[in-house]
Write a protein that binds this ligand. Sequence first.
Ligand SMILES: Nc1ncnc2c1ncn2[C@@H]1O[C@H](COP(=O)(O)OP(=O)(O)O)[C@@H](O)[C@H]1O
Ligand SMILES: [Mg+2]
Length: 252
Amino acid sequence: MTPQPLALCAKGLGFHVGGVRILDNVELAVATGSFLGVIGPNGAGKTTLLNLLSGVVRASEGSVEIEGRDVTREGPARRARRGVGRTFQTSSLFNSLSVFENARLSAQARFGGSAKFWRLPRASDDASAAAHGALERVGLTSQAARIAGGLSHGDKRKLELAILLAGEARVLLLDEPMAGVNSEDVPALTALIDQLHGEGRTVIMVEHHMSVVVGLADTIAVLDSGRILAVGDPETVIANDDVQSAYLGQPL
Ligand SMILES: Nc1ncnc2c1ncn2[C@@H]1O[C@H](COP(=O)(O)OP(=O)(O)O)[C@@H](O)[C@H]1O
Ligand SMILES: [Mg+2]
């Protein structure tokens, strides 16, 4: 039997700025199709970890592999073409463009990579179809013509997921996808992320809502002061004494 390939792997990953260690010796092995929840106090380095995995920020040391290939020196666009999609803690939409245009731009980056002019009309059709499909998938078809900036927080988060789908991302890096979302919209968004994972995608999600993380993730990694404090199944990790003290004063 061939071993299941790792979707993503970090080896000795570190990031420091002016002598300050922001992230230190992070080791992660994320199996294809698995769901890793990343938790930790504010300033622990969670967003920095996603920046290093997606290529938004270059590692100071260590390496990142996507499906067994070393991508440490690749930027975010190349990693996106390898199927790694990223959402940001604060919304990164083109607020003055329509919901559809936001999704289509992502699909176009995927399909429209050819500079050959005779490919463009077809690429454009493919991109539009992919955008429509992605919006339907997240339940935003009726909002397609609206200006993205006018959406509710919950719908903006759905559009960010549609953008990843339109770009055919297979590995989803989600930075606090529930941030700013009304509590009544959290269950639908949670169900959507669960479905996207259930279809075979790999997910790495940073999230403060512990009930959401515990409900979705099969593995949890706890970051504290730039280091991985614990990794394991949700129950074991939350019961861990080191984890409890890192969160002292904060509800788990
Ligand atoms: N490029 C940078 N330069 C200086 N400090 C940074 C940089 N990126 C992150 N940091 C610092 O690193 C720490 C971790 O930040 P971050 O990854 O955003 O944490 P989290 O997402 O867990 O709240 C914070 O103290 C932040 O100010
Ligand atoms: Mg953060």
